[in-house]
Write a protein that binds this ligand. Structure first.
Ligand SMILES: [Zn+2]
Ligand SMILES: [Zn+2]
Ligand SMILES: [Zn+2]
Length: 107
């Protein structure tokens, strides 16, 4: 069962109003509320509370959803996956790694 994902203009593969290239298929569970959002900006628009990033000790929590196949990855698995879903092989936007500080503590 795929967890629900929130976002603005969400498509079935979790693209949103902010990130909508072919590769923008991941959603991130926000540590503050345990809810998947398409991106940080969607959380800011919809959640009504400030974000919290995942602490290093929490990196084995499932926190990244592949919108292509619905597999959940832990933070560690996502950071190690080389911008490709280990389950279905879908390519992820490598640019997301530049924004990792918005979601994950410095590891
Ligand atoms: Zn939140
Ligand atoms: Zn968004
Ligand atoms: Zn996948």
């Amino acid at each position: 069962m795929r967890p629900p994902v929130r976002g603005l203009d969400l498509d079935p593969q979790t693209r949103c109003a902010h990130w909508h290239s072919d590769l923008d298929v991941i959603a991130i569970k926000m540590a503050c509320c345990g809810t998947y959002y398409a991106c940080h900006d969607c959380h800011a628009a919809l959640a009504g509370h400030p974000p919290r990033v995942w602490a290093v000790e929490e990196f084995d929590e499932p926190a990244v959803l592949c919108g292509a196949c619905g597999t959940e990855l832990s933070v560690s698995a996502y950071l190690a996956c080389g911008s490709r879903c280990p389950h279905c092989g879908a390519g992820f936007n490598p640019g997301c790694h530049k924004h990792r500080r918005l979601y994950f503590a410095a590891g």
